[in-house]
Ligand binder design. Structure first.
Ligand SMILES: N[C@@H](CCC[C@H](N)C(=O)O)C(=O)O
Length: 356
């Protein structure tokens, strides 16, 4: 659909302010298709306790009024509990909300609540679309792994596509290619990891060729061994510290230790940090402190960086299941292409309007 047709369809579509589905059953997911541009929505409740009763005249007029103001329609998606407010920005190369507004929208008490805001924008350089994202603090990262799976599913809804599809997405980390599979999961070609220290970026000295592998980083008297990997965005991966016998990731208070990694002088662009336990050579468990978002339930680029780091440290095979607090991701770092592949779920859970 052309941007002009999409805009016209969007104008025809009914606003569904504060309409949501907490269910993840296929039938409720089917209902969620209706209100997107191009598929004018019926003016009735959609799997929602909020609007299941007939609307009073007062309530209807409230919604009409909201519609006539500067209402921004959004759909909230989640990938393993890493949640994003998705904005249809196909008609403009300028994000429809500012970083400050994004931070407000992401606030879990004073806003909608999310780990970030993602914009579906026109493609450039031969790409089908461009993805931009603001973290929940308003900063703009280069890439988001769970976000790009949500992005692919959102495009399929916007363009009314069924079945398997792949898209070329321009991101701050270059071209990323998600493919919606028959089972609804999304497999993403995440490109090649960047290992050169200054390019990650980190000021830590390289230890293995040009890569920073098991380098020492002292935080609060503990000497952590860290491996630095960029998946377009920077990651610092640790499997433990000199003074610790084993790293039990569940024992750590990430909001205490995470910011000390994120803002460490060795990371000029700040960093995401992954704390990892090796369950077997093909099964890893991690928790993450994200740059600009704090402790989240999952991080796709982080899981990719973890497998790359585990291979570089000789701890795991190239194909692993990575358990995150929100669920598992399948990750493979292919030897022949040097590309990393990530497979996992993504689904719409909530749609509504934000008045700004
Ligand atoms: N959760 C994301 C990563 C989002 C960006 C990150 N916070 C950063 O600033 O780099 C993922 O799934 O990759």
């Amino acid at each position: 659909m052309s941007p002009a047709a999409a805009a016209a369809a969007a104008a025809r579509a009914t606003s569904f302010a504060a309409t949501f589905s907490a269910s993840t059953t296929p039938s409720s997911r089917g209902l969620l298709r209706r209100p997107f541009p191009g598929t004018p929505a019926p003016r009735r409740a959609v799997a929602s306790m909020a609007v299941s009763a007939p609307r009073s005249a007062a309530a209807a007029s409230f919604l009409e009024r909201r519609e006539s103001e500067r209402a921004l329609h959004f759909v909230k998606y989640q990938g393993l509990g890493n949640d994003f407010i998705m904005v249809d920005n196909r008609d403009s190369a300028v994000p429809k909300v500012t970083p400050e507004e994004a931070a407000k929208m992401c606030d879990r008490n004073f806003g909608i609540g999310a780990d970030g805001v993602i914009f579906v924008m026109p493609g450039v350089n031969g790409a089908d679309y461009t993805m931009r994202i603001f973290n929940s603090d308003g900063s703009e990262p280069e890439m988001c792994g769970n976000g790009v799976r949500c992005f692919a599913r959102f495009i399929a809804e916007l363009e009314n596509l069924q079945g398997t599809h792949s898209f070329k997405i321009h991101t701050g980390a270059g071209l990323i290619i998600p493919e919606i599979q028959n089972d609804g999961k999304v497999k993403v070609d995440m490109g090649q990891p960047i290992l050169n220290g200054p390019d990650v970026p980190t000021k830590l000295s390289s230890t293995k060729n040009e890569a920073v592998v098991q380098a020492e980083l002292v935080i609060d008297g503990l000497t952590w061994y860290v491996t630095c990997v960029s998946m377009g965005n920077p990651h610092c991966v640790t499997f433990g510290a000199k003074e610790l016998k084993d790293l039990h990731v569940d024992d750590w208070n990430l909001s205490d230790v995470g910011p000390k990694f994120e803002h460490h002088d060795m990371f000029p662009a700040r960093t995401n940090t992954e704390f990892v336990q090796v369950l077997s050579r093909s099964h890893l468990k991690m928790r993450v402190w994200e740059r600009g978002a704090g402790a989240t339930l999952a991080c796709g680029t982080g899981a990719c960086a973890v497998v790359v780091a585990a291979v570089l440290e000789g701890r795991a095979e190239r194909k692993c299941v990575v358990d995150l607090p929100g669920g598992p991701l399948e990750i493979e770092w292919r030897e022949d292409t040097n590309h990393v592949y990530m497979t996992g779920p993504a689904e719409a859970v909530f749609y509504g309007s934000f008045v700004h």
